[in-house]
Design a protein around this ligand. Structure first.
Ligand SMILES: CC(C)(COP(=O)(O)OP(=O)(O)OC[C@H]1O[C@@H](n2cnc3c(N)ncnc32)[C@H](O)[C@@H]1OP(=O)(O)O)[C@@H](O)C(=O)NCCC(=O)NCCS
Length: 155
C-alpha cells in the first residue's frame, strides 16, 4: 500500500472528523464504556475546533488512493496531542509512519523530549515505540472521566 503523508488543509476537516468518529466508535470502544465513547466521539461535531487545530498546529494526514487513512498533530512544539488511524486500516504501519515524521519535526524544532497523553487502546503502540509511562491519570472531558496515560520519550 502506497501511503503519502502531507500537511492537512481545511478541506480535509470533514474526512478527518468522520475518521475520528468511526475510529473512536469501532476501535476505542473495546477499552471504554458506551457513555465514554458517546462523549468522546461527539467531539467530531465541533468543526470549528478541528479547523482551528488544522490551522494552528502541525497537523499531518496519511493518504492512500485519495482516502485519508490516518492523522496526527502536534500542539505546543513537543506535545503530541492526537493520533488516529482509520478503523479499516489498523495494524498496517500507518501510525508508525506518522509518528516518525512527528518525532522528526519535534527534533528539528530543537526539543529533546516528546510528550503525550494516550488512551488505553493506544498504549501498546506507544510502548512498542519506546515511550515510557510517566503516570496513569484520569482526564475529564465534558464532565466524563477517562483513564489514560501520560507518556514521554527522549529523542
Ligand atoms: C493506536 C493506533 C493509532 C495505532 O495505529 P496503527 O496504524 O494500527 O499502528 P501500526 O500499524 O503502526 O502499529 C505498529 C506496532 O505498534 C504495536 N501496536 C499497534 N496497535 C497495537 C495494539 N492494539 N495492541 C498491541 N500492539 C499494538 C504493534 O507492535 C504494531 O506492530 P505489528 O502490527 O507489526 O504487531 C490505532 O490503533 C488507533 O487509531 N487507535 C484508536 C485511536 C487512539 O486511541 N489514538 C490515540 C488517542 S490518544
Amino acid at each position: 500500500m502506497d501511503i503519502e503523508i502531507r500537511q492537512a488543509t481545511i478541506e480535509d476537516v470533514p474526512e478527518i472528523t468522520t475518521l475520528f468518529r468511526d475510529t473512536v466508535r469501532e476501535v476505542n470502544s473495546k477499552d471504554y464504556s458506551d457513555k465514554q465513547i458517546q462523549t468522546w466521539s461527539a467531539g467530531a461535531n465541533d468543526t470549528e475546533k478541528w479547523e482551528e487545530r488544522v490551522n494552528r498546529f502541525y497537523f499531518l494526514v496519511a493518504e492512500t488512493n485519495d482516502t485519508i487513512v490516518g492523522f496526527a498533530y502536534l500542539k505546543n512544539g513537543n506535545y503530541f496531542d492526537g493520533l488516529f488511524v482509520h478503523k479499516d486500516y489498523q495494524r498496517q504501519g500507518i501510525a508508525s509512519k506518522l509518528l516518525r515524521i512527528i518525532e522528526s519535526k519535534v527534533m528539528m524544532d530543537g526539543f529533546d523530549e516528546i510528550k503525550s497523553d494516550v488512551s488505553i487502546t493506544a498504549l501498546p503502540f506507544f510502548e512498542d515505540h519506546y515511550y515510557d509511562v510517566i503516570k496513569k491519570q484520569k482526564k475529564v472531558l465534558k464532565g466524563m472521566s477517562f483513564e489514560n496515560y501520560i507518556v514521554s520519550k527522549q529523542l
